[in-house]
Design a binder for this molecule. Structure first.
Ligand code: V47
Ligand code: SF4
Length: 374
């Protein structure tokens, strides 16, 4: 009898998975219930093959990367996200750093004559670095190197900066755009659902605030990215809720370029007791993101966080973008225990890594214009 029940259950599982696969093949959007079923019941090869078919229909074999570098103005932060291994409180004079505009401009000057196309600026939320300070910074960078694309500040930083300046999001963004802001990175999203957000990062901008800043940016003509910090205390339902909010906003604005799932790393933070997700779980996450977010053109694996080999593997689970050839200027991930302690990969290495995975490396600019095919 038990065998009979098991056979029926297997058959209905196969039928349900088949139904979802048919939707995906017919470019019909999957529901939240479908996504939950995939998380709970689908095998990794099944998910990989579905995600890969979407990836190949959108981008073929192309795998994008860009040449960028990071500036982290400060690690001092007024917030206290429990997963963060990077921030220090203002009074911690020994471990906190804060760069002056001249020091940051010197970092830009280090790349004079080197064909980087983007600077990614993100850091802690320092109580004394205000809108005026950052507008001056962007302006100085643009004056020095006008063609360098400035992708800067998360919605968390904007929320604090604009509230302090007593400006609306629109006014604040317009001020920074006039100074040289070109696009917005995807950080600070974490997990939108309040049940989780209130446990891991209660004091920073909430989901509505994060989404409103990105919506306003899109309306002003800026593109942005979106992240999700997964693999800690959240359930699959919270990941789906997070992606649904992004998919809904993207339907309205079409301003998101790429979705970046960020695997929780557990070194030196308040959540160190939580085990990190397995490679199986990571590939599953990429694949379901690719299947669910049908209106996102790109899916990015951030290799410094994930490590080279897993990043390579992700190219068969829906990922079509590996971010950039950054050097060791970013500390936010290495401090939290990422695979790459001093992340640095030159173009030849990145091209080789992509080719080894059987994909076609393409250098892009921040807005996914093709710069060079390899
Ligand atoms: O929001 C912090 C994450 C994010 C940990 O837009 C952690 O192109 C894992 O958003 N374990 C900031 N993650 C970085 C970010 C990003 C990175 C690369 C490219 C782009 C882009 C955006 O870093 C934070 C947070 O989710 N983070 N601590 C940790 N322990
Ligand atoms: Fe501050 Fe960002 Fe760290 Fe949160 S994740 S404490 S906002 S630096």
């Amino acid at each position: 009898m038990d065998t009979f029940k098991a056979v029926i259950a297997t058959k209905s599982k196969e039928a349900k998975l088949q139904e979802i696969a048919e939707k995906v093949t017919a470019s019909v959007r999957i529901t939240d219930e479908d996504a939950l079923y995939l998380f709970k019941e689908a095998s990794l090869p099944f998910l990989g093959s579905l995600a890969n078919s979407i990836r190949e229909s959108k981008q073929g074999d192309i795998t994008y990367f860009n040449r960028n570098f990071h500036i982290e103005p400060t690690n001092v932060c007024v917030f206290s996200c429990h997963f963060c291994a990077y921030s220090r409180i203002y009074s911690n004079r020994e471990e906190g750093w804060e760069l002056t505009i001249e020091q940051m401009l010197d970092q830009v000057k280090k790349y004079d004559g080197i064909p980087v196309t983007e600077v990614h600026i993100v850091g802690g939320v320092h109580p004394k670095m205000d809108l005026k300070f950052f507008a001056t910074l962007l302006d100085a960078i643009k004056k020095h190197r006008p063609e360098l694309h400035i992708k800067a500040f998360t919605a968390v930083e904007y929320d604090y900066m604009f509230r302090k300046a007593k400006l609306s999001t629109e006014e604040g963004l317009k001020t920074l755009m006039a100074a040289g802001l070109d696009s917005i990175p995807g950080g600070g999203a974490e997990i939108f659902h309040p049940d989780i957000r209130n446990q891991i990062c209660a004091d920073k901008v909430d989901a509505e605030g994060w989404l409103d800043i990105h919506a306003t940016a899109h309306r002003l003509g800026l593109h942005s990215n979106a992240t999700m910090l997964y693999g800690h205390i959240e359930q699959y339902e919270h990941r789906i809720d997070h992606m649904r909010r992004l998919r809904d906003l993207q339907d309205e604005t079409k301003g998101f370029q790429t979705f970046i799932p960020l695997k929780f790393r557990n070194k030196d933070n308040d959540m160190s007791h939580i085990a990190e997700s397995s490679i199986i779980e990571d590939m599953k996450m990429y694949a379901i993101a690719r299947i669910y977010l049908d209106n996102f053109p790109h899916l990015k694996a951030y290799w410094p966080m994930l490590g080279r080999q897993q990043a390579q593997m992700s190219l068969h689970f829906g990922v079509d973008d590996l971010d950039g050839t950054i050097d060791d200027t970013t500390k936010i991930y290495s401090m939290a225990g990422s695979e790459e302690q001093t992340p640095s990969m030159n173009t030849d290495e990145l091209v080789m890594l992509i080719k080894q995975a059987g994909r076609k490396p393409v250098e892009r600019d921040t807005l996914y214009n093709v710069l060079k095919e390899y």
